[in-house]
Each structure stands twice: as C-alpha cells, then as structure tokens.
Design a protein around this ligand. Structure first.
Ligand code: GDP
Length: 195
C-alpha cells in the first residue's frame, strides 16, 4: 500500500476506547527496542511518526493508527522491559490478552524479533501464545542490515526453529535502514486485512 495519510486516532487502555469504524486491524508486537517504531515508520513512509522509543516500555496504551482511512495499525506496547514493575507487567498482560483474544477486527499480528539474535524467552512465549489462539502471525526479523547477507538464511532457519514456527505462519527478513522487506511485509498485511 502506498501510504499518504495516517492519523493516530486513539490511545486506548480499555476496549470501550477502541475505534468503532470496523476497519480491519493489524497489531504489531515485540519487545522494547526491537525496532517496532522504525518498522512502522517505514511502512507508512514517515521518518518519525511512530516515535522511536527513548523510554522503552513507557507507553502502556494500545495506539491505533488509521492508515489511508482503510485499516488500523495497532501498536502494542513493547514487552520484556526489565525495569517494569510486576503490577505494570500484569496490567500490560491483561490489556493485550483482552485485545488479542476478543477483538473481532483483528486480522493478524506482526511479531518482531531481533534478527541478529536467538529469539528471547519473551519472544518465544509471545509466539507460542499467538499460535495457541490461532492468530495469523507474521514474524519479522529486524535489523538484518547489521549481519552479512551470507548469514541470513542460517539466522532465519534458527529463528524458525527456536519459535517452532507453524507452516501457515510466515517469517520475513527486514531492515528499517535499507527498507529491505518493506514490500513483502505490506503484501502480508494487505492479504490479511483485505483478503
Ligand atoms: P522500538 O522500541 O521497538 O520501537 O524500537 P525502535 O524502532 O525505537 O528502534 C530501537 C533502536 O534500533 C533505534 O536506535 C533504531 O534506530 C534501531 N533500529 C531499528 N530498526 C533498525 C534496523 O533495521 N537497522 C538498524 N541498523 N537499526 C535499527
């Protein structure tokens, strides 16, 4: 999708605050600092719309971005922030569980992992959870410009294996720096959102 128009319409903690237009939604999840804001900005052709995190784990709301008045990106606050209190973690867990399991408009989840490393326990837990609820998921391996091209395949296989990726879910390489993977990620999103 060629994006010209994006509007942050809603920062929601409670289902009563979710948008009511009925447009399809794609959620973006990942641990803090994985490159979620950077990916979002590449997808929507902005340099700094979704703000890159100076305070990881700080935003504890679901942010709904209305894209071309056709669909929403739902930015889910990053998980695995070491300094978050237990109460905050529990609140976070409840908020995203409610959204991901009950939202009718949700068409799929883009789950980001750092392409340079083995997925963390949190990454594994998140994917296992999405798989359990049968939520269509695209795993995106970020920051691939930081490893040499010759190592990509090995790295992607390792990620697939560690997450025990289901055959119906996809894994794509991505770099916000070079924009590599942008079209493929958009293809997946559009297929999920509009069929
Ligand atoms: P978020 O916390 O998940 O939203 O992560 P950000 O998008 O703020 O990115 C965290 C840090 O990683 C920032 O310093 C980004 O510039 C950097 N970063 C994100 N994506 C990439 C990428 O594809 N390549 C490189 N080299 N750095 C990236």
């Amino acid at each position: 999708m060629e994006v010209h128009d994006v509007e942050l319409v809603m920062s929601a903690v409670d289902p009563k605050q979710y948008p009511t237009t009925g447009d399809p939604e794609i959620a973006l999840v990942g641990r803090s600092n994985v490159g979620k804001s950077s990916l979002t900005n590449v997808l929507i052709n902005r340099n700094s719309y979704a703000h890159t995190s100076s305070q990881p784990g700080k935003t504890q709301t679901l942010n709904f971005y209305h894209v071309e008045s056709q669909m929403y990106f739902v930015d889910v606050p990053g998980y695995g922030y070491a300094k978050a209190s237990r109460t905050d973690r529990e609140k976070w867990g409840q908020m995203i569980e409610t959204y991901l399991t009950q939202r009718e408009q949700l068409r799929g989840v883009v789950s980001l992992v750092d392409g340079r490393h083995e997925p963390t326990k949190d990454d594994q837990q998140m994917y296992t959870w999405l798989a359990y609820y049968d939520i269509p998921t695209l795993v995106v391996a970020t920051k691939l410009d930081k490893i040499s091209r010759g190592k990509w395949n090995k790295q992607l296989s390792m990620i697939k294996k560690t997450l025990q990726l289901k055959p119906e879910d996809a894994l794509l390489p991505f770099s916000a720096q070079t924009k590599m993977g942008k079209d493929a990620v958009w293809d997946w999103i559009e297929t999920q959102a509009f069929g």
